[in-house]
Write a protein that binds this ligand. Structure first.
Ligand code: PRP
Ligand code: URA
Length: 208
């Protein structure tokens, strides 16, 4: 399997348990999504370039830092919407685009229904936010859209990934790193991640 960047931390494990637990109510599930998103984005930003900035403290002048090239954040609707605010809080200056993709539960193919993205993404880091990387079809489709707009520095920011999705992304977009809070065992016959957490969109927003 390709090598996803799994964020290893006890606080991640605790919140992931909240997501997995079938008894977690919707507000608690959304809160855990936000908290985990902050942690995974934090890791995904580890190599981000900064530029020096002269600042005055109450005591002296010193050199601070600003992000040299903040990422564009692209939540994949619906489930990625729950990650948007927490990611934006980490990078408040970021531009945000949106892509709507629903997986056809029979064929497991991505079905796009909405797209609102900056015209050109060349030279700008882009973080795709989607809590679930299952077959990888929705993520690969979204990255196709981004690359069609010139994106050349894309990262997938997930909360839970399956090996099948990681491999699919490595095959279709080998230049795209996957950041995730956890990596599970496999997909089941319905394309759900095992042991997983169920349907991330339904658990945040209700079943459609
Ligand atoms: C979920 C999830 C991903 C997709 C992952 O969305 O948020 O977008 O499935 O599956 P894949 O890797 O096999 O493509 P879903 O299609 O259920 O839509 P929703 O966000 O509206 O609930
Ligand atoms: N989408 C989800 O929300 N959950 C899965 O397990 C797989 C795809």
């Amino acid at each position: 399997m390709a090598d996803p960047r799994v964020v290893r931390h006890p606080l991640v494990d605790v919140r992931m348990s909240t997501l997995r637990d079938v008894g977690t109510d919707r507000p608690s599930f959304r809160a855990a999504v936000r908290e985990l998103t902050a942690m995974v984005v934090y890791e995904a930003m580890r190599e981000a370039e900064t530029a020096p900035l002269e600042i005055r403290t109450p005591v002296a002048t010193t050199t601070g830092a600003v992000l040299a090239n903040p990422p564009v954040l692209v939540p994949v609707l619906r489930a990625g919407l729950g990650m948007a605010e927490a990611a934006h809080a980490q990078v408040p200056g970021a531009i945000m685009g949106f892509v709507g993709v629903a997986r056809d539960e029979e064929t497991l193919q991505p079905t796009p229904y909405m797209e609102s993205l900056p015209g050109s993404l060349a030279g700008i880091p882009v973080f795709v936010l989607d809590p679930m990387l299952a077959t990888g079809g929705s993520m690969a489709y979204t990255i196709d859209l981004l690359k069609a707009r010139g994106a050349d520095d894309v990262a997938a920011v997930c909360l839970l990934a399956a090996p099948e999705g990681v491999d699919h992304l490595a095959a279709t977009h080998p230049d795209v790193p996957v950041y995730t809070a956890a990596l599970d065992e496999r997909l089941n016959e319905h394309g759900y991640i095992v042991p997983g957490l169920g349907d991330a969109g339904d658990r945040q927003f209700g079943a459609m």
